[in-house]
Design a protein around this ligand. Sequence first.
Ligand code: PEP
Length: 251
Amino acid sequence: MRKPFIAGNWKMYKTINEAIALTNGVKRELLDFDKADIVLCPPFTALSPVYELLMETEIKLGAQNLYWEKEGAFTGEVSCVMLKDAGCEFVILGHSERRKYFAETDESINKKIKSSLAIGLNPICCVGETLQEREAEKTIEVIKTQLTGCFKDLKIEDLLGTVVAYEPVWAIGTGKNATPAQAQEVHKFIRGWLTENFSSGFADNIRILYGGSVKPANIKELMKEADVDGALVGGASLEIASFTQIVKNAV
Ligand code: PEP
């Protein structure tokens, strides 16, 4: 039985004070809630203050990116060591906004995944097709290429704790979510690919999240699908009420 997993991706929103207020609100609503794994992913500047608030709780901290070197002359970058030091247990890697605006490729994402795993930081690896690719019926091909590139040269023992997020690009921030059937089709493919390339035991245990305009009103239906184990939530994670309601509705 896979435990539901809900992560909030705050993107480039929230000052430190705003992050503290949001975290306190989430804590208040979900303090004794143990039916799902919950992860908050604030911007870098708010990681430490949010961690201070989460320390005594079961809610985990995640970052939204890293650079694959441990340290060095890489102005503006943040390493896995620094994220661990700030209290992170998770890191979102390969988000489509990073692929689109910051030229990330499967190859660079693979380096980031390896760097996070080497230090025991669990990656939330994002894959997803654009609208154009879906309309050209290339969804499965695109997902397969992304999975192959992102997980290149990795073994099961490296990947324990890894989470995969299927995020169709056309559904992110658009208010237009994939239907539960569309999500299930891709999630099933991902689990099958993981079975083929790693093992069925590994594939059965890994959490595959859906991301793309998840709201309190659509999470229940999505979670009814056999291979949807949770959600990566963007916009709706920025408000206490909507995020905590998604978590409650997901279980
Ligand atoms: C995301 O940023 O990962 C995301 C899914 O955003 P939204 O929920 O706003 O579509």
